[in-house]
Design a protein around this ligand. Structure first.
Ligand SMILES: Cc1cc2nc3c(=O)[nH]c(=O)nc-3n(C[C@H](O)[C@H](O)[C@H](O)COP(=O)(O)OP(=O)(O)OC[C@H]3O[C@@H](n4cnc5c(N)ncnc54)[C@H](O)[C@@H]3O)c2cc1C
Length: 388
């Protein structure tokens, strides 16, 4: 195998695979170097929510463009993304109603299928929910969740069919430079050469930046989730929900409900830490929260719990674009919400790399330079920093 390519991607998660898919569609010879196996990082741990409710317009646009990919996966990519439509509810606290109204209007303006509904409507959609602690929610009838492993595998398979090379068990150990320009990488499987290297290393992204002497404020974010078997009385499924009053999200999967919490997610842990087990106390807190919204869950049964790590930036928005030596690009910092936007981010980044500017959605606002300059992206109608 020749080790010379047009472009190297470090990381075989949803973002590495998506970028490889879009670049190989444009005829580029790409290699994806993965230290372990496909989707072994944040992607394989992801809860897979596919919804459009963001307060930053550019992220909502990325989610909306990505939704079209999830919906028409077979025709556009081939294989299966596991997309399952459940409907999605964004339940807001009473003090955030004005923000919810403004953001729902912004999303409708983009063309996103979403409406503002009241607590009575929520009760009709989900009769098992308690609805006395909020007045309004935003409802997305088309949204749901997808299977992150299947999504990534089918993107990678399609990229490989167009000539991309996926190298597993390949730890990148350094980035080679000549006269301030990227020339390739060193790895546990030898040297690879290319004039462009993209850092799609998820929670390990900071280490990769350090290989070219860049200090980017990307830390790690630890997040635990659990699956509960719904009790017999709750045989009916329920929508996917972000429940701000209870700092929680949950979604169905057959007779199971997956629950994650928006608080108590430690920052700065080693991304190689134990992700097979949830941190102590998580399950008790999560059960308590889900029972506050769905009291019948009290007779549910714990199926499993595990953790995961993602990369998080100082403003909780991704770092996308070139920075540092010529030919070095970032595709990372997804801050716990990057799976659902992966199809569109890969597309926009491929446009930026090949055409000189992103076209489908203007992702240039996510330039990594803002982070090194201490500038933070702030939406027009922000909720609050959700990951605490
Ligand atoms: C528990 C959890 C739940 C989540 N739930 C959701 C959700 O519901 N919806 C949503 O949209 N997002 C969610 N996210 C966020 C989303 O999963 C991530 O933003 C997304 O998967 C990041 O993908 P990635 O490809 O950038 O990173 P990763 O999937 O982490 O891929 C990076 C890859 O780089 C490899 N790598 C690292 N260093 C090297 C090296 N030196 N050499 C070679 N390879 C290397 C790693 O092995 C890894 O496979 C969740 C995240 C977690 C952890």
């Amino acid at each position: 195998m020749s080790n010379t390519f047009d472009l190297l991607i470090i990381g075989g998660g949803a973002h590495g695979a998506s970028l490889a898919f879009h670049l190989s569609a444009r005829g580029l010879k790409v290699a994806i170097l993965e230290k372990s196996f496909i989707a072994s990082g944040a992607t394989g741990r992801s809860s897979g929510l596919v919804r459009m409710h963001y307060d930053l317009e550019a992220e909502a646009r990325l989610a909306w463009e990505s939704f079209a990919w999830f919906r028409d996966w077979k025709e556009r990519v081939g294989g299966d993304s596991g997309f399952t439509r459940t409907g999605f509810l964004q339940i807001a606290r009473r003090e955030h109603v004005e923000t919810l109204i403004a953001n729902t209007a912004m999303l409708q303006n983009i063309g996103i299928s979403t409406v503002l509904i009241n607590a009575g409507d929520v009760k009709r959609l989900a009769p098992s929910f308690l609805t006395d602690d909020f007045d309004f929610a935003a409802y997305e009838p088309e949204s749901g969740y997808a299977d992150p492993v299947s999504t990534t595998t089918s993107l990678m398979d399609a990229a490989k069919a167009r000539g991309a090379v996926f190298v597993s068990d390949c730890l990148v150990t350094g980035i080679t430079l000549k006269s301030g320009k990227v020339t390739g990488v060193t790895s546990s499987k030898g040297e690879f050469h290319a004039p462009i290297v993209v850092n799609a290393a998820g929670p390990w992204a900071r280490n990769i930046c350090q290989m070219v002497g860049l200090e980017i404020p990307i830390s790690t974010w630890r997040h635990d989730t659990m699956f509960v078997v719904r009790p017999h009385e709750l045989h009916l499924s329920h929508p996917t929900v972000i429940d701000f009053p209870n700092l929680m999200y949950f979604r169905p999967e057959a007779n199971l409900t997956l629950v994650g919490l928006e608080d108590g997610n430690p920052l700065g842990e080693d991304p190689d830490g134990d992700a097979d087990h949830a941190h102590k106390g998580f399950v008790e807190r999560a059960i308590d929260r889900v029972c506050q919204r769905i009291p019948l869950m009290e007779s549910g049964r714990l199926q499993s719990a595990h953790g995961g790590y993602d990369g998080i930036t100082t403003d909780q928005h991704p770092a996308l674009g070139p920075i540092g030596p010529d030919g070095f690009w970032l595709d990372c910092g997804f801050s716990g919400t990057g799976f659902k936007i992966s199809p569109a981010v890969g597309l926009c980044l491929s446009e930026w790399i090949l055409d000189g500017a992103p076209k489908t959605v203007d992702i240039s606002i996510f330039t990594p330079a803002r982070l090194t300059q201490g500038r933070h992206l702030v939406s027009e109608h922000p909720y609050e920093s959700i990951w605490r």
